[in-house]
Unconditional design. Sequence first.
Length: 333
Amino acid sequence: MEKESGKITIDQVAKALGVSKTTVSRAISGKGRIGEATRRRVLEYIEENDYKPSIIARGLAQSKTFNICVLLPENYHLSELSFFQKAMVGIQQYAEQKDYDILLCIGTEEDNGSLERIVRNQKVDGVILLRTYRKDQAVELLQKKRIPFVAVGDTDYPGVYQVNHDQRAACRELTEKLLSGHGPSIVLLGGRDSLVITWNRLEGFQDAYRACGLDLPESQIYLNLESREAVEQAADEALEQKCRVLLCMDDVICSWLLRKLQREHLQIPRDVRVASFYNSWVLENTDPAITAIAFDARELGEAACRKLFCLMEQEEAPERTLLPYQILLREST
């Protein structure tokens, strides 16, 4: 049988065997009514001629798109790019094993028009959210449309499948270590309070104070520090109050803080001690290196993708999965 460009088509298979294209599709997909002898004859012919159905043909036969969508937040700092890249590597590696492709979608806390269009046009079989919000339009959309999805990060929305590192426990453990070594005078510098992760980390910080029998230092907690200027102002207030341990919720805030301390010739850890609830290459390569919590972003992405396929294939999966972490005690504390 003559092949086109080295490949045979479903139409050619049907003509060669004297059956309909529908019969060939049913034999390939394993769905629909078809005699066993006919099915075996089609499959044997396909194997002999090295027929590989196109992804479109397979999708039509199995009612699948063979695509998943990954929703990436539009607003993120350059140093966060490493986290998202590593998470995407984990997602991609697992998706490839399932012969799936990834559609990357960009969205914001207030605008998920691109995701809505992808869902409306039925371009994907499932979605992974790389960031969660306390008021989450993407979660609400996907629940309404009954699209299988997994959130990377915690959410309070009921019935949402989620994968995260144990942020609360990690932040509690690091805070307890700082309290035991340096006392209760710790200032927490945090980000947007609309992000669920901000509250996870804040609760871990508060848990540590309760566990140590200490009053919660509400006046020493600064949230919504979304610019270098805001971080510097909070740091100024903390240093004026003679607080000598500055604990940052993430590496972005920490990098802004480090530049300020360097500019003012304040030495770490002699003049002030610094730690972060999130480690990155930025904090690993400072002098001195910064005490931080390490999370494996690639593992996180892979676990989220694995769970998504469980949902898409209607297999059982735990609603919430927590991954381990590592406390990195370095010279800065």
